[in-house]
Design a protein around this ligand. Structure first.
Ligand code: EPS
Length: 389
């Protein structure tokens, strides 16, 4: 299962292709659009989200509401493009040079400076257009298709926010709470606990007041996974490593945690491992806890998968930091472009998409199939084998 995205933040559209989903997977475009809607929510998003109502056009690979096995191409149009047609034209016209919106004062933390030097532009415009997290719209659309494939096997992927700045959620959360949260029609900060969410909102309010930005931590969980996705046998088949790459590839994510990694690094082994128990009647092999986050040796162990992304604050600040103008080389305040103040809930939705894509890949590696029917037969046979273990 392979996917690619293309598109600039203020270009005509975002594009994605997804190749390798079996034929016969039921696809709902409304569900794709619902995921896109979820990505746009949250207290702290910037003015751009008022312009856009992201909707996916599935232009290939899906017919009569199901996949046909061929590559799926998705287009998401940027409404803001109408304000940028002369700034970012495909072909230069006579007055193109004057219409440009050059960014010559790179923002610390953004790709602006390193990208401009690397690609040899004296203006970071083309760099930021692609580095922008707007690209994640395309990933979420692809993730929504991966989710619909996984749902055929009862697997669900959801997220919630556990920290914004210093405000933390201080209790455990069960799966049903995440389901309820995902169905809310209004998203504040994506936290299941209203008291913790109020504290999180106070931090975002402070960032608004002071012209600053704030990061945090989101947690993605996958529920109902079979035992045995991923493998211990080589470094690149270990599912934990693949999930870590997927999460770290999200804009502004600087750290990733699987299960209770931070806690595990500070306590003795006897407090960390999930003890093994057996009950013949129902639960068969089961565990005393889930500190490993559903992965042992890079293999899913049947518990919920728990992956967290640690997000740094967005690098575009209304109260800009020190920088240098790339053309004059003089000290200058970093550029300010309209931006978000806090994006942790949206990053959680993007994290869900990335986790769903990696899990769908692992599913297809294990169960294969040109058609959903074939995938399912292989899956059912394996589940029977696990039951008899
Ligand atoms: C984003 C759209 C962008 C930014 C954000 C992500 O819109 P605009 O740049 O037009 O305001 O809000 O991108 C960044 C945080 C960034 O640093 O580039 C989106 O759709 O998520």
């Amino acid at each position: 299962l392979r996917f690619e995205t293309a598109g600039e933040s203020h270009g005509e559209c975002l594009v994605a292709t997804l190749t390798g989903l079996p034929a016969g997977v039921p696809i709902s475009v409304a569900q794709v659009n619902h995921e896109l809607w979820r990505r746009q929510q949250g207290f702290g998003r910037g003015g751009r989200m008022k312009i856009e109502t992201d909707t996916a056009e599935l232009v290939t690979g899906v017919r009569h509401s199901q996949t046909i096995g061929s590559p799926i191409a998705i287009i998401i149009r940027n409404r803001d493009w109408q304000n940028w047609t002369e700034v970012l034209p495909v072909e230069s016209a006579e007055n193109s040079e004057e219409k440009k919106k050059p960014l010559t004062r790179p923002r610390p933390g953004h790709a602006d400076l390193a990208g401009a030097i690397k690609y040899s532009f004296t203006d970071a415009r083309y760099i930021l257009e692609r580095a922008s997290a707007r690209e994640t719209t395309a990933r979420v659309a692809v993730g929504a298709l991966a989710k619909q494939y996984l749902a055929q096997f009862g697997v669900q992927v959801l997220s919630h926010v556990i920290q914004v700045g210093t405000a933390q959620l201080e209790r455990l959360v069960d799966w049903d709470e995440l389901v309820t949260l995902s169905q809310k029609e209004e998203v504040l900060l994506g936290c299941v606990d209203p008291e913790a969410e109020t504290r999180m909102k106070a931090v975002v309010d402070e960032a608004y007041r002071t012209g600053d930005t704030v990061g945090g931590v989101f947690e993605v969980r996958a529920h109902n996974l079979p035992i045995g996705l991923g493998s211990h046998i080589t470094w690149d088949t270990r599912l934990d490593g693949r999930l870590a790459q997927a999460i770290l590839s999200i804009q502004a994510v600087k750290g990733v945690e699987i299960g209770e990694a931070e806690e595990a690094a500070t306590v003795f082994g006897s407090k960390v491992q999930d003890t093994i128990h057996y009950d013949k009647a129902e639960r068969r092999f089961h565990r005393g806890a889930n500190k490993a986050g559903g992965l042992e040796g890079g293999i899913t162990n049947g518990q919920d998968l728990v992956v967290r992304g640690l997000l740094k604050p967005i690098s575009t600040l209304r109260r800009p930091l020190e920088s240098v103008d790339m053309t004059t080389k003089d000290p200058a305040a970093a550029a300010y472009e309209r931006s978000d103040v806090c994006v942790v809930p949206a990053a959680g939705v993007i994290g869900e998409a990335m986790v769903a894509i990696v899990l769908a890949q692992a599913f297809l590696e294990k169960f294969g199939g040109d058609s959903l029917k074939e995938s399912r037969r292989n899956y059912d046979g394996y589940i029977q084998q696990v039951r008899e273990f």
